[in-house]
Design a protein around this ligand. Structure first.
Ligand code: CMC
Length: 391
């Protein structure tokens, strides 16, 4: 029979049971597998958090070492993938490049497609955790006109990624620990966020038993949109536009409130958080710390703080419970770390990868049915065909 209730945007529809991430939007609480995001960002490293999200427990030293070694053993990417990358124009947005290359991984790793046992799942997971940072660094290096390298397996997961991004042909590579620590923290804060748009996409694509890599590729595309992960790029572009325009934040606030104008205050608002986004709090503090410890003054940070202050006192934003979200301050940190603006959303994807994987694995282990929402049909009922001459 037909259905009568609708919930566009699934604002009030649960799609699954999940034991991965707990989120209380009213209280501003976010926990991965029961551990608070604040504590994890402070005390754990990204790979530990990835393990926790995917397998449900913090790893022992031995488990973490094995996990890392298994990843290192898979950190090569077929040389022919470089030919695919070569076909893209330099101007291509790295999110499109990354989703394409992630799909292409299937062709180079056909054994990872059918994953019916936990062992096959594990192998596919390790492969993509190993290869995705290489692809992300390559997407950046292609744009920057830099040679494509492989990583340095003597380094930690995040340090290795940083080196793959910023190593230069003249061998002048060094990194401040503050930089990799900040990067680690940012990636942890992005690692999972229950049934958001990209994660729901990964679960729904995976529910057809399409493989892990293509499910992730679909997630990357969903994340790209400016209402989701693409907001981090859009925020910094907005802040730059305000700066160029003379720094009048009030003018942009009015524009965001004008219902005739499609402009929104990027980095504000959230489907679930109605008090504050706990990630934004940590990121704002980190932005201050990172910029001051690196001795960077970014005028855009002051504009961001000004906008936030104004919005928190404005009845439009107060009434609608619109607060800064994770994307509001993250771009300012990425920029201080030397990451260009088009790479902000790929950085989000790198951080979200463990969450997507954990959610996909949970969906498969729980043998969830194929995702297939219903609709209420509102089109023509029945019409007789008219030949083309008579239309
Ligand atoms: N600026 C101005 N008005 C806004 C904004 C904003 N950023 N966000 C929501 N509103 C208004 C919206 O116009 C609506 O007003 P009214 O009730 O008068 O029609 C009301 O607030 C409720 O908004 P909604 O669009 O119904 O809420 P939603 O849950 O469907 O959308 C959102 C959530 C995050 C897509 C939205 O707040 C938004 O577009 N924000 C800007 C983009 C952004 O920062 N996205 C990042 C989200 S957080 C992490 C991530 O996913 O990357």
């Amino acid at each position: 029979g037909g259905i009568t209730t609708l919930d566009p945007g699934y604002k009030n529809t649960g799609s699954c049971e999940s034991a991965i991430t707990f989120l209380d939007g009213e209280k501003g609480i976010l926990r991965y597998r029961g551990y608070s995001i604040e504590e994890l960002a402070d005390k754990a490293d990204f790979l530990e958090v990835a393990y926790l999200l995917i397998f449900g427990e913090l790893p022992t030293k031995g488990q973490l070492e094995k996990f890392h070694n298994d990843i290192k053993a898979q950190s090569h990417v077929d040389e022919d993938v470089k030919k695919i990358l070569d076909g893209f124009p330099k101007s291509a947005h790295p999110m499109g490049v990354l989703s394409s290359l992630t799909s292409a991984l299937v062709a180079f790793n056909p054994s990872s497609v059918n994953v019916d046992s936990e062992e096959e799942m594990y192998n596919a997971i390790v492969k993509v955790l190993a290869k995705f940072p290489v692809l992300t660094a390559w997407a950046y290096r292609k744009r920057a006109g830099l040679p494509l390298d492989y990583g340095d397996n003597s380094l930690g997961y995040v340090e290795n990624f940083h080196k793959m991004m910023f190593n230069r042909p003249n061998g002048n590579y060094s990194v401040d620990e503050k930089v990799t620590n900040a990067l680690d923290k940012l990636l942890i804060l992005h690692a999972d966020h229950e049934q958001n748009c990209s994660t729901s996409t990964v679960r729904i694509v995976g529910s057809s038993h399409a493989g892990l890599f293509v499910s992730l590729s679909a997630g990357i595309n969903a994340l790209w949109g400016p209402l989701h992960g693409g907001a981090n790029q859009a925020v910094v572009e907005m802040l730059e536009a305000i700066k160029e325009d003379g720094g009048d934040t009030h003018k942009f606030m009015e524009k965001a409130k004008d219902k005739e104008d499609p402009f929104r205050l990027m980095g504000f608002g959230h489907r679930v958080y109605k008090n504050f986004d706990p990630r934004a709090k940590i990121i704002k503090k980190a932005a201050d710390e990172v910029l001051s410890s690196l001795g960077i003054e970014d005028p855009v940070l002051d504009i961001a703080k000004g906008l936030e202050k104004e919005a928190l006192e404005d009845s439009y934003f107060v009434d609608r419970k619109l607060y800064p979200n994770v994307d509001f301050y993250s771009g300012i940190i990425y920029r201080a770390l030397g990451i260009p603006v088009e790479m902000f959303t790929p950085m989000f994807a790198l951080g979200r990868l463990p969450g997507w994987i954990a959610q996909w694995r949970e969906m498969r282990l729980r043998k969830e049915p194929i995702g297939r929402p219903r609709q209420v049909y509102i089109g023509e009922t029945h019409r007789d065909f008219k030949s083309i001459e008579k239309r």
